[in-house]
Design a binder for this molecule. Structure first.
Ligand SMILES: [Zn+2]
Length: 264
């Protein structure tokens, strides 16, 4: 018996070139595993148009949603005009559900921290201005990001993608209206801290993601990750939490719909 539950992949880079050869088949396979919607975050301004175009053109069995933003890895190749372009898109395109992915990645040495901070705070400002949630990319910078959010909250909260911070930081994000995204990393036994958190946080604050084509699951290292693997993330989370897959699928699906205002 096929036994799947409707799921939403809250973070999948479907526009990346890794999917160029077989993007439609990837979607069909994911749909076959229950994935009924995918949110695709933007990463750099040169890819915004192709991303929006791809969502229109592709044959798809499920809903695709788009966030637009500038990923901290790519801030140095942008100029202030790109913020105006982003504002324009947010103003005119109703299909853009969030700002992002934006944030701070202090694990990455090669991108100037000051520059990251500048682009991040500017994007938070756009989220406030256009009343959108934020898809956050945060590594080794949670406390600084939380400080920003406390000083000047964003109205609609958002999702901390691939969360791997502490319990205290998780609770502070939840207070600021954020959900925490969990994906492939919880399938690795060595990720004890993140697995324990995924097991203990209130289910009302959790969303599922694959981060495909990145972040392959345990046992699939070195391979392209795919949105179909969301079903395995669900299975792992159900085992960790000792809850049923049906319960977790339903709750995380509704959390994603709520935080990103999907299916208007
Ligand atoms: Zn991402």
């Amino acid at each position: 018996m096929t036994n799947y539950f409707p799921l939403i992949d809250s973070h999948c880079h479907l526009d990346f070139p890794e999917f160029d050869p077989d993007r439609s088949q990837v979607l069909t396979a994911a749909f076959g595993k229950g994935v009924e919607a995918i949110c695709i975050p933007g990463t750099e301004s040169d890819r915004w148009e192709p991303l929006l175009q791809m969502c229109t053109d592709i044959q798809k069995p499920m809903k695709l949603f788009v966030a637009l933003g500038i990923h901290p890895w790519f801030v140095s190749q942008h100029e202030p005009n790109d913020l105006q372009r982003l504002a324009k898109r947010l103003e005119t395109n109703d299909h853009i559900v969030a700002v992002g992915e934006a944030g701070l990645d202090f694990a990455l040495q090669s991108v100037n921290r000051k520059a990251q901070m500048l682009w991040f705070t500017e994007q938070l400002e756009l989220a406030r201005q256009f009343d959108k949630p934020v898809i956050l990319h945060a590594r080794k910078a949670h406390d600084l990001i939380l400080k920003q959010l406390r000083q000047k909250p964003v109205n609609q909260g958002g999702i901390v993608h691939a969360f791997s911070g502490s319990e205290q930081q998780a609770c502070q994000y939840i207070e600021q209206g954020f959900c925490l995204g969990f994906g492939g990393s919880i399938t690795y036994p060595r990720a004890r801290k993140t697995r324990a958190l995924a097991a203990s946080l209130p289910l009302s604050s959790i969303v599922l993601e694959t981060d495909a084509p990145d972040t392959p699951l345990c046992g699939f290292q070195g391979q392209r990750n795919e949105p179909a693997q969301l079903a395995v993330v669900l299975e792992t989370l159900a085992e960790l939490r000792q809850e049923t897959k049906a319960e977790i699928a339903e709750a995380t699906r509704l959390n994603t719909i709520k935080i990103l205002s999907l299916f208007p």
